[in-house]
Write a protein that binds this ligand. Structure first.
Ligand SMILES: *Cc1c(COP(=O)(O)O)cnc(C)c1O
Length: 492
């Protein structure tokens, strides 16, 4: 199995090298030459999450040998997670909720970012390299902390996270600024998320930065890296197996997955699971007020020229959805020229429209709904009232989408992916079920705990007393010289 770009055939390489590089040199994303790998579901009956992970990741990354996969999986999915199941499942009246937030930073990004550092160091060992990988990451909150946590003190790596100084929640800021590890750095940028992302992308090809890199390779921990995407296929399999084992579905029965979506990474992993033979009925894109993907799946026109909304589900406040490029590639029959052309149009005009034929192909697998903030609050309140299950605002977008899908007459078994702990957004969640909401985020967490009896995740509870290690704030113009200095320092 080789990996190559969505935009050309010029860069064939094995999986482990694609993991090291992150992004293709032509600006495209790495894709496998055949996603239709064979995974024997029957053989995985009763298997642990770790065993399923080893099988699924191994199928997509065949150049990693058995011992390497064993080590990566065992190092990632251990007591860092506060559930032995790693990804537990909760049933409610309308289906199940897949809880993806039991990792160290309480968001689903942990499922990929606890293993990516190990996949990367194994790749390094394979190629006998001993230079340093500098991981540059732009974040609107969750990716930053999960990456800092995953890469802390991992040999051969250094990680720098850029976040918008006023664009993340108090809890998210505190999570990042108190990060441990001797190889981590956190920088606030006077600008928005797009400015941070632009800075990181520019650094990858800036002569000043590159000439400062002696024995240092720049890479990324954003979901453009295939090493983040493939580990996310695992929980679609583990959840399906659980549903069969608990007799909620029959073996082979197709299940629909509802996915709160921003960068299209989590849901694209569901598409890969289906390609690998998992019985998936539909994948439902759930958007917040930034509903650019809902419009695309329904009409075939992607148009990012629209107002940007800051919502209570900030990790989905995004208008350029990187991983959609991978879907366009596969759904068009691996048509690199078409992908290149559509991405060029998006870059130059801010929009593109796909053919009726391609849209039909996409709609075979996907449909889409969106929820505004009132619908989202209503979903949190009503689920808690009816079933005693507490969800965060991102998951609530998914639940609202499922309700709309049901209202359209669909009855097959469905699973909502729950992407963050409700305690991570304590004030907003508390306001849905109580009149009394303290200003302070930690006070809100404690109140939520008292009211619901649910425990505050350890990683969030300890934040209040951890020392702040990072306080650097830079202007967006200073990003490139700042990084050049940092790379010089790393090169010593
Ligand atoms: C990142 C994130 C999402 C969106 O996931 P994508 O892979 O970008 O679609 C949804 N919810 C939460 C809590 C997140 O952190």
């Amino acid at each position: 199995m080789q990996y190559n770009s969505t935009r050309s055939r010029a860069f064939p390489m094995p999986a482990h090298q694609a993991v090291i590089r992150g992004l293709c040199p032509d600006g495209g994303l790495f894709v496998m030459d055949d996603p239709h790998v064979t995974i024997d579901l029957a053989a995985l009956k009763g298997a642990s999450y770790q065993k399923i992970a080893k099988t699924v990741i191994g199928a997509f990354f065949p150049d990693y040998d058995d011992a390497e996969l064993e080590h990566c999986v065992a190092s990632a999915y251990d007591q860092k997670f506060d559930s032995e199941e790693i990804v537990p499942l909760k049933s409610f009246q309308d289906g199940s909720i897949m809880e993806l937030w039991h990792g160290p930073t309480s968001a689903f990004k942990d499922l990929a970012l606890t293993i990516l550092p190990h996949l990367l160091t194994a790749a390094y060992r394979k190629d006998g390299r001993n230079d340093t990988v500098a991981i540059l990451t732009a974040t609107s909150g969750d990716t930053g902390k999960a990456a800092l946590s995953g890469f802390a003190d991992v040999e051969h790596t250094h990680i720098t996270v850029f976040y918008p100084v006023n664009g993340v929640s108090d809890i998210q800021k505190r999570q990042m600024n108190t990060s441990r590890g001797n190889n981590v750095n956190v920088v606030a940028v006077e600008g928005n998320f797009d400015d941070c992302q632009r800075m990181v992308k520019a650094a990858c090809s800036d002569p000043q930065v590159l000439s400062a890199c002696q024995g240092v390779t720049i890479s990324s921990a954003n979901s453009i890296n295939i090493g983040r995407l493939v580990p996310q296929v695992v929980y679609y399999f583990s959840t399906y197996l659980k549903l069969v084992e608990s007799d909620r579905i029959k073996e082979g029965e197709p299940v629909t997955f509802v996915v709160p979506t921003g960068n299209f990474g989590d849901i694209f992993a569901g598409y890969l699971a289906k390609a690998a033979g998992l019985p998936v009925a539909r994948l439902i894109v759930a958007s917040n007020d930034n509903n650019v993907l809902t419009d695309f799946i329904r009409t075939g026109t992607y148009n990012r020229c629209r107002p940007f909304h800051e919502t209570i589900s900030p990790s989905m406040d995004i208008l350029v959805s990187s991983n959609l490029e991978r879907l366009l590639y596969f759904a068009s029959g691996e048509n690199c020229a078409l992908v290149r052309d559509l991405m060029k149009q998006l870059n130059e005009t801010g929009s593109y429209t796909v053919s009726g034929e391609l849209l039909e192909e996409i709609q075979k697998d996907f449909c889409a709904y969106w929820a505004d903030q009132d619908q989202c609050r209503e979903a949190i309140r009503s689920l808690y009232e009816a079933e005693g299950i507490l969800i965060d605002p991102h998951t609530a977008v998914g639940l609202s989408a499922l309700r709309q899908y049901r209202a359209d007459g669909n009855t097959e078994y469905a699973v909502v992916l729950s992407t963050a702990s409700p305690f991570k957004f304590a004030r907003d969640v508390l306001s849905c079920i109580s009149e009394d909401v303290p200003e302070d985020a930690f006070a809100a967490m404690k109140q939520l705990n008292r009211l619901t009896g649910l425990s505050i995740p350890k990683g969030l509870a300890e934040l209040e007393s951890l020392p702040v290690r990072f306080e650097t704030v830079i202007s967006k113009e200073d990003g490139i010289p700042y990084l050049a200095d940092e790379m010089k320092e790393l090169s010593k």
